[in-house]
Design a protein. Structure first.
Lengths: 135, 37
């Protein structure tokens, strides 16, 4: 007997001015900001937020309060494997603190789960590099 | 002529899909549907 994995669906729409809306409501991501919030920046923001969301999820399960901030940087160039321009390097870095602060082994386990369970990171051809500054 | 326009439109769509950096960065190949007015 096979079990079906839980699934999560997401949708966005762009209107003729390229204002973006989530199917979950909330604010509008202005199309006029396309030059500063490029699609590539949005992907990096998605990776950063997803990774921290994943970490927070595992912290909550462990009754740990997380404080976090992060950066994500990426490089797009022609990919050797198929000649297409795509992200070939992505680097994620975060400052995190835990309350209460668990032992080093538990922290390493939490961070590994955060990387493993980020949907966005798992969806990328280029595997992101992760750097964690634990305070 | 219509065929030429249709071919050019299809070519533009293919180029748009191929040259999208984000789409090319994803493991799952997106499906694309273009409603050309």
């Amino acid at each position: 007997m096979s079990s079906r994995a839980k699934s999560f669906d997401y949708a966005v729409s762009l209107d003729p001015t390229w204002d973006a809306r989530s199917d979950r409501g909330g604010g509008v991501l202005a199309g006029a900001e396309e030059a500063s919030w490029t699609p590539e920046h949005l992907l990096l923001a998605g990776l950063a937020r997803c990774t921290l969301t994943s970490l927070r999820y595992h912290c909550v399960r462990a009754s740990i309060t997380l404080t976090s901030s992060s950066t994500a940087r990426g490089t797009v160039t022609r990919r050797d494997s198929d000649g297409r321009f795509a992200f070939v390097e992505i680097a994620f870095e975060a400052d995190v603190s835990f309350d209460p602060k668990p032992d080093d082994e538990t922290i390493a386990d939490l961070l590994a789960k955060a990387e493993r369970d980020c949907f966005v990171g798992a969806s990328l051809v280029a595997t992101p590099s992760y750097s964690w500054n634990v305070q | 002529m219509t065929t030429g326009v249709a071919a050019a439109t299809a070519d533009a769509a293919r180029t748009g899909q191929r040259d999208c950096f984000v789409g090319a960065s994803l493991i799952a190949t997106p499906t694309y549907a273009w409603n050309v007015a």
